[in-house]
Write a protein that binds this ligand. Structure first.
Ligand code: ADP
Length: 808
């Protein structure tokens, strides 16, 4: 092995390394380096190129430089402006520095040249081929190097040189390249390079996968962006606005034209600006648009003029509704006060009564009388504050609450606003709707009602709110305090007949597109619909039955326009089917252990039949029929009273030790509660225990104390109407309820005789029969005959029909 020592000028390189056989340009600027070049030019144009360990060092000392470099031939030299020199060098051979001869004015070293060793063993050849293959792989994967390079490289036979050339093509760290440069033996160099290459291939592969993924995404958004920009440019060229701008402008125009209050208009304009800036596909655009539509469509300042003449209003109320004199008067008074004191923030009306007594239609009628718009919302089942007050706009699909929705529907700022079923709201974890309602109904606050969605205060102070409820006890107390309640207890049979004749029948005939001559009802028929097909305080089912008949008749009218159908009692079954109720639901006979109580339900009044049976036993009392706690206690109190009276009732002294008592109130699916069945239970008990039958024509209501006093109860009017409906003759009720009698229509009082009682003894005296009466079996039927026959010209009186057909 020939090794030459030579003295050469040294040129430090930064961040760069030159392999033998490599030709490249270098820009040289450092003074010492320039001197080195000059020295070389003076000599044989050769210079030792040596990489710096750290490229950042400006004035490298011996220790900053590697010890193995490349002797290179300077082939060309150009002076660039600014004193830099560009040289073209060609690497010749590796050389190791032996010692430094001088540092200034340039480095000069004694170096040992390392000629290329070429030991062409089979192993080296194998390494060479494998390296070539790897390089090919690398090229394919990386695409950083032009593919022609492969052709050029594969022609190199010499393994060492091949390694050098390949290394020079790779972007490697200086340290790695230096290692390759220092590997003097070809085999060693090939091995090192092979290792480096396989790692590089791996990295490039990963890089490529990442790139593909990133590019896919980029391409899509870029393409869209590009297309959109292009579209904008085209539209601009054509003098067209882009969609968003056009839309925003449209809104701006609408806002300018509308009479929005200043604050609202400001907010709307802000939103229009926001809309313009939205990218077209953004979902938020839709949200803004909906919001703007809401702002624009709410009646911020639109008012209708009120009808001021009270007589006119009264006329309309009369026109729409039969009877209800008291209620109508209250309404007219209310309207009068509202007129006199414009600013008076009148209390809110609350119409309370069973279904179908005309609460909704009264409210509608009030709106008509005042010439105001009418809206109705139902609060039944509302249990979320947000249903009243809306959801914030940040929620997906948010909308304003029902109040604001109602206002939009009303189209004016001063409608009659009916809130149905305030007693059917409930509370849960989502907040209490009634507290939101308080704000709506409070005259002090409702001039600036805040809806979560609208975000701007809305003035509700001109709205006339009317609420309805079936019963007062379920209305939240604070709400009830704010409202003026008007009770509509239900109608008598006479009322219902009149309502049907004057309102329901003409209305249904018209609604079904019939001519008045097509269909007529006899009064007897109407009465029988009321008695046998409906049992209600209101007239809803009555109206439904009339509608059912109208539908049937409509079918016939289609065939023959001139047809005249008159509905009499006899033809009722044909149209309405088998009767659903038994009129006069009181007991058929005077029975032992059965008494008729009265209940006050949300549907008005109803009969409660109370049954008691005795069995041999040990004094157990069983109560069935879904009785509430209060009713059960009331039954116990009744029993205790009877026990204390055992002697006077001629009962066995210790009867309760040998007998089990079962009290049952039929229609078990319906929950029943309250103390008002007290005297009825006591009567049934006394009857069962003493064996004296209860007079079947007597209805009983009243709470009982342990000493037998009878305490007052509620719902007298409803109960009495029920007793009347059922055709009972007597009604026993507490003395203290006397005041309630003034409300009862005269014709009802004529038919149902009221007995006021103070003590249970009076009740038992009256209701228990000492001995069975001589049953005047036709009693009820005779009773029915009179009024029906009298009013009903075409019907031959109501005959008592076979009971089995009448049971439901
Ligand atoms: P509510 O709201 O109390 O449940 P509605 O207002 O729905 O009852 O009344 C049911 C039907 O009965 C309506 O068609 C209504 O016009 C009619 N109605 C109720 N009371 C009267 C009345 N006094 N005069 C005329 N029609 C009545």
């Amino acid at each position: 092995m020939r090794k030459e020592k030579e003295q050469l000028p040294l040129l430090p390189l930064r961040g760069l390394l030159v392999f033998p056989n490599m030709v490249l340009h270098l820009d040289v600027g450092r003074e010492r380096s320039v001197k080195s070049l000059e020295e070389a030019m003076v000599g044989d144009n050769r210079v030792l190129l040596m990489a710096q360990k750290d490229a950042k060092v400006d004035e490298p000392a011996e220790a900053d430089l590697f010890t193995v470099g490349t002797v290179a031939l300077i082939k060309q030299m150009i002076k660039l402006p600014g004193g830099t020199i560009r040289v073209l060098v060609e690497g010749l051979t590796r050389a190791a520095v032996l010692r430094y001869l001088q540092k200034d004015p340039f480095f000069k070293v004694e170096a040992q040249l390392v000629p290329e060793e070429t030991a062409k063993t089979a192993e080296v050849e194998a390494l060479r081929r494998s390296l070539l293959y790897q390089f090919e792989q690398y090229l394919k994967a990386s695409r950083k190097i032009p593919p022609e390079t492969l052709a050029a490289v594969s022609e190199i036979e010499e393994p060492g040189r091949l390694a050098d050339i390949i290394a020079s093509h790779l972007t490697l760290k200086i340290g790695q390249k230096q290692e390759l440069l220092e590997a003097a033996e070809a085999k060693q160099r090939l091995e090192k390079l092979s290792k480096i290459l396989s790692r590089e291939i791996e990295i490039v592969e990963i890089e490529r996968r990442i790139n593909v993924r990133v590019r896919k995404q980029m391409e899509k958004t870029q393409k869209e962006y590009y297309l959109r920009e292009q579209m904008k440019a085209i539209q601009k060229e054509l003098g067209e606005k882009d969609e968003r701008t056009a839309e925003a402008d449209e809104y701006r125009e609408k806002i300018a034209k509308s009479e929005l209050p200043e604050k609202v208009a400001e907010k709307a304009l802000e939103e229009a600006d926001r809309l313009e800036k939205m990218p077209p596909a953004a979902a938020e655009g839709i949200v803004i648009r909906t919001y703007l539509d809401w702002l624009l469509e709410l009646p911020w300042s639109k008012m209708t003029d009120d009808r001021l003449d009270l007589d006119g209003a009264a006329e309309i109320l009369d026109e729409d509704h039969y009877g209800l004199q008291k209620v109508k008067e209250r309404i007219i008074e209310y309207l009068a006060v509202r007129q006199l004191a414009e600013k008076l923030k009148g209390p809110i009306l609350c119409l309370i009564g069973p279904p179908g007594v005309g609460k909704t239609s009264l409210a509608r009628s009030i709106a008509r009388a005042l010439e105001r718009n009418f809206v109705r919302i139902s609060l039944g089942g509302v249990r979320d504050e947000a249903e009243i007050r809306g959801h914030r706009r940040t929620y997906v699909g948010a909308l304003p609450g029902r109040i604001i929705q109602g206002m939009r529907q009303a189209g004016s700022r001063n409608p009659v606003f009916l809130m149905d079923e305030v007693d059917k709201m409930s509370t849960d974890f989502r907040g209490d709707p009634s507290s939101a309602l308080l704000e709506v109904l409070d005259p002090e606050q409702n001039h600036a009602f805040s809806d979560h969605y609208i975000e701007l205060p809305f003035d509700l102070s001109q709205v006339m709110f009317i609420t309805t409820a079936n019963a007062p006890h379920n209305i939240p107390q604070p709400l009830l305090d704010r409202m003026e309640t008007i009770h509509l207890p239900g109608y008598t049979e006479e009322d219902k007949v009149e309502i049907a004749k004057r309102h329901l029948i003409p209305k249904q005939i018209e609604e079904h597109g019939l001519a008045p001559s097509n269909l007529t009802f006899s009064e007897g028929a109407v009465r029988e619909i009321i008695r046998l097909y409906t049992r209600e305080a209101g007239v809803r089912n009555l109206e439904r039955s009339v509608a059912a008949i109208c539908r049937k008749v409509a079918r016939e009218v289609v065939k023959d326009r001139e047809i005249r159908v008159s509905i009499s009692r006899r033809s009722l079954q044909k149209h309405l089917g088998v009767p659903r109720f038994r009129y006069g639901m009181g007991e058929k006979e005077d029975e032992i252990g059965v008494a008729t109580g009265l209940a006050w339900t949300e549907a008005g009044g109803d009969l409660l039949s109370i049954e008691v049976t005795l069995m041999k036993g040990k004094g157990k009392m069983t109560l069935t029929g879904k009785l509430g706690e209060v009713m059960q206690e009331s039954a116990r109190a009744a029993l205790s009273y009877i026990r204390s009276r055992a002697e006077s009732l001629e009962l066995d002294e210790d009867f309760y030790e040998k007998t089990d008592i079962h009290i049952h109130v039929p229609e078990g699916a319906i929950p029943k509660d309250g103390p008002s069945a007290g005297i009825a239970i006591a009567t049934a008990l006394a009857s069962a225990l003493s064996g004296a039958p209860v007079w079947r024509e007597v209805a009983l209501t009243g709470e009982i104390t342990l000493r037998g006093r009878v305490l007052p109860v509620g719902g007298i009017k409803e109960k009495m109407l029920a007793a009347h409906r059922a055709g009972l003759k007597y009604m026993l009720m507490p003395v203290e309820n006397r005041k309630d009698l003034s409300d009862i229509p005269a014709n009802v009082r004529r038919r149902v005789e009221v007995k006021l009682v103070e003590h249970m003894d009076e009740v038992l005296n009256f209701a228990l029969l000492k001995e069975p009466r001589k049953e005047p079996a036709e009693d009820l039927a005779l009773d029915d005959k009179k009024p029906v026959g009298a009013v009903c010209g075409d019907d031959p009186g109501l005959q008592r029909q076979d009971d089995s057909a009448l049971r439901h």
